[in-house]
Design a protein. Structure first.
Length: 364
């Protein structure tokens, strides 16, 4: 603990990620807070549930800033109608809109029987941008995580008035499969309001668009891509590149953009201890995952950082390089995945309690 914690009650910042297929990020934060309270009843607990730009990004940014959410209907990744939302940040940033590609073109919206990423479209993302402009947005934040598309933003561009033409001058489909026939791009019909609005896209800076380490090769099979299809893909289905090319968006490391708007520094300045969590912590965690990004920022304030994990994998010790002081696996006994998922809430609370008790004992 820091010296300042010795003279007042413990201030704990809880900033976890969600546990996929287990608990959402809010539930993870609540379970950890319950455990902290068991160990330190008088603790001041600050919750900052972290979203990486994927599913839940819009709602979380609205909640953390006291903003408002506007429901809209858009085209889904396989052409279906889906209910999505546009957020507007609160406070002095009321004209800043927030959208997430996952709400209009996320993998969750693609039925498993239709998971052919060459045939899905980002058209709904363009519709979200257009709707944000209709609502008076002066700036738009776009979260690019949890993609279910692979069209490089072609569908999005078409929704914004961009014409993508083949060699005969005919429009191509807004899908990845149609991109090899693209011959000419006509921007003359692009929504003119894009010239007057700033668009910032939150992307993972460790994920390359193309190449041997391109995200399509890593995550493409999750979207149903065959090896041949993987060779055509890119990060977040190429949406970041499409946003930059067709809408003039600026691309930012996702946490730099997100944390700028939730004022994490103000909360860190008040904390004595930082606790984070993710479903799995291993050698990949330090490359842009929530626990690593939180730890890097916490160390600027000299704060101890504890991380809770559903599973602790190979290379987890490397997270010490980014500022995580200790990793605690939440599983207490061998069990099935189904049992682990069912018991995640209780396991998180118990592990958080034990971790804090250990820290308090060391401090005494």
């Amino acid at each position: 603990m820091t010296k300042k914690s010795a003279s007042r009650r413990l201030h704990v910042l809880i900033a976890p990620s969600g546990f996929k297929e287990g608990l959402g990020v809010r539930e993870v934060a609540d379970a950890m807070a319950r455990g902290v309270r068991q160990a330190a009843p008088r603790a001041k607990i600050m919750r900052v549930p972290m979203i990486d730009g994927g599913e839940g990004f819009t709602k979380m940014m609205v909640e953390l800033t006291g903003g408002e959410l506007h429901p809209v209907t858009v085209t889904g990744p396989v052409g279906q109608i889906v209910e999505a939302g546009i957020g507007f940040l609160g406070g002095r940033r009321k004209r800043v809109a927030v959208i997430e590609m996952a709400a209009a073109a996320g993998l969750r919206l693609v039925p498993k029987s239709l998971r052919d990423p060459t045939l899905t479209t980002s058209h709904g993302v363009g519709e979200l941008i257009r709707a944000a402009l209709d609502l008076g947005a002066e700036r738009i934040l776009v979260g690019c995580g949890d993609s279910g598309i692979n069209d490089a933003g072609a569908g999005m561009a078409q929704a914004l008035g961009v014409r993508l033409l083949d060699a005969s001058g005919h429009p191509i489909a807004g899908t990845g499969a149609a991109l090899p026939s693209l011959d000419r791009i006509d921007l003359s019909g692009r929504d003119p309001r894009l010239q007057r609005v700033r668009i910032d896209a939150a992307v993972n800076p460790y994920n390359m668009l193309l190449g041997k380490a391109g995200v399509a090769r890593v995550f493409g099979p999750q979207k149903g891509a065959t090896p041949d299809q993987v060779a055509l893909g890119g990060a977040s289905g190429g949406l970041g590149a499409g946003l930059h090319a067709f809408a003039g968006a600026r691309l930012h490391p996702r946490f730099d953009l997100i944390l700028r708007h939730i004022d994490l520094d103000r909360r860190l300045a008040k904390a004595d201890l930082v606790m984070t969590a993710e479903g799995g912590i291993d050698g990949q965690t330090r490359y842009g995952k929530v626990p690593a990004e939180i730890a890097l920022r916490a160390k600027r304030y000299g704060l101890p950082v504890l991380a809770l994990a559903g599973t602790v994998g190979t290379g987890a010790e490397s997270t010490r390089e980014v500022g995580i002081d200790a990793v605690f696996g939440i599983l207490k006994r061998p069990c099935s995945l189904e049992d682990a998922i069912r018991e995640t809430d209780a396991l998180l609370a118990d592990t958080a309690e034990q971790a804090v008790r250990l820290m308090l004992a060391a401090r005494a």
